[in-house]
Design a protein around this ligand. Structure first.
Ligand SMILES: Cc1ncc(COP(=O)(O)O)c(C=O)c1O
Length: 403
């Protein structure tokens, strides 16, 4: 049975981390990591998370089974956090949510649900996107196409190209959008651009699926979901995946949510919930509860919620400062080069304007490791690493001139 691995796909993300681990150079630089690191290089646990955890333990956190739809209270809290407490969709019973093992599983569950209802829907993803996002839909059996999104060489959002491609969408096609802090580019839509995309959705009859993985890392907790809120106000139906991994720093606890918001012509919403429950059971049986219980403890207590908002804002400010500093360092080492895109973009990631071959050169020559599309975690740089990166980038540019 286990002799034939011909179909094994060498995941480029995994492959990079293997090369990084094998590199014996003492000052190698890991810019591929996808988590927040503080000024000391640690992946901190928020104080508010520790406090919530202590309270749960003191009260004797139950360990019995929940439903495959997960922690109901967590879902109500996250719906409020993302959609806003007064959102009409929350008052009109047009929404069904499941707590999932992170947003990755929310995307996978959403993909399975879409495939079961509309197997010929095409899923449109941004070019580039987080590669795992594509896999969830591919493995569910759905066809993938990409829409133009980001011009990596020039560092800007190609909104015209994007809209041109989106006009090709057919009724019931899916458009995947990053709610904020686009992974890998850091380049987000502004509100006027969200409106244009909502217009394309309405005219084509496509269905938006918004992936919110970094709420609070861009411009602020409310600001970062303004696009998702506008979308659900503007279109009849929408899917939403939310991650608590980054916003609460509980990556390994696996807490996320899938919500389906249906239109007035939709069938019975209770049956839809039962269908989601059955599909979740088939995919992973049940989500773990510890992370969801922590988040509920925080968001159901005004004092803890205020503390969480403050801590997350501190993280956001740290990321913004790192962006500003990297821009300055790169511009100092590359006179005449405009690195303002790094300061303008949101969240932990940006893509350097270099080719795949140049990325390989940086790895071999400078021991600097990045993810595909030259994605760097701006927040992960320690000590003089940004100077080393800026110098290496100058070297790459000089080689271009002499080539
Ligand atoms: C855009 C995007 N969506 C979803 C996820 C998955 O997050 P989670 O840890 O909640 O599964 C990530 C994680 O990196 C992401 O970048």
């Amino acid at each position: 049975m286990f002799k034939n691995f011909r179909d094994y796909v060498n995941d480029p993300i995994e492959a990079m981390f293997i090369r990084l681990a094998e590199d014996q150079y003492p000052d190698k630089i890991d810019l591929g990591i996808g988590v927040f690191r503080d000024a000391f290089g640690n992946v901190p646990v928020m104080d508010v998370v520790r406090q919530a955890e202590s309270r749960l333990i003191a009260r004797g956190l139950p360990k019995s089974y929940l439903s495959p739809l997960g922690n109901h209270d967590y879902c109500r809290d996250i719906e409020r956090l993302v959609l806003g407490g007064n959102h009409t969709v929350l008052q009109t019973s047009r929404i069904v949510s499941a707590q999932t093992p992170g947003a990755g599983s929310a995307l996978r569950l959403g993909a399975a649900l879409i495939h079961s209802l509309s197997p010929h829907s095409v899923v449109w993803v941004s070019e580039p996107t987080w590669p795992h996002q594509v896999e969830f839909f591919e493995v569910a059996g759905l066809e993938i196409r990409s829409y133009r999104y980001y011009d990596q060489a020039k560092g800007f959002l190609d909104i015209e190209g994007m809209l041109e491609d989106l006009w090709e969408m057919q009724r019931d096609d899916i458009i995947l959008l990053h709610g904020c802090c686009h992974n890998p580019t850091g380049q987000d839509l502004d509100i006027a651009q969200w409106k244009l995309v909502a217009d394309a959705v309405n005219r084509t009859g496509a269905l938006p699926f918004v992936d919110v993985a970094y709420q609070g890392f861009g411009e602020g907790i409310e600001e970062d979901v303004a696009g998702a809120r506008l979308m659900i106000e503007s279109v009849p139906e929408m899917l939403l995946a939310v991650s608590s991994s980054k916003s609460f720093g509980i990556y390994r606890e696996r807490a996320g949510m899938l919500s389906v918001m249906v239109g007035s012509e939709a069938g019975d919403i209770v049956s839809l919930g039962a269908k989601m429950r059955d599909m979740a059971r088939q995919l992973y049986f049940m989500a773990p509860d510890h992370g969801a219980a922590i988040v509920h403890e925080i968001l159901s207590d005004s004092e803890l919620e205020a503390l969480w908002r403050k801590e997350l804002d501190g993280i956001r400010q740290h990321v913004c400062e790192k962006r500003k500093a990297l821009r300055t360092t790169i511009e100092a080492a590359n006179p005449g080069f405009d690195a303002s895109f790094i300061e303008r973009q949101h969240g932990m990631f940006s893509c350097l304007p270099i080719t795949e071959e140049e990325q390989v050169f940086l790895e071999k020559q400078y021991h600097i490791y990045m993810l595909p599309d030259a994605r760097v975690n701006v927040a992960a740089m320690l000590g003089n690493q940004s100077e080393i990166l800026a110098g290496a980038f100058a070297d790459v540019r000089a080689k271009r001139v002499s080539a």
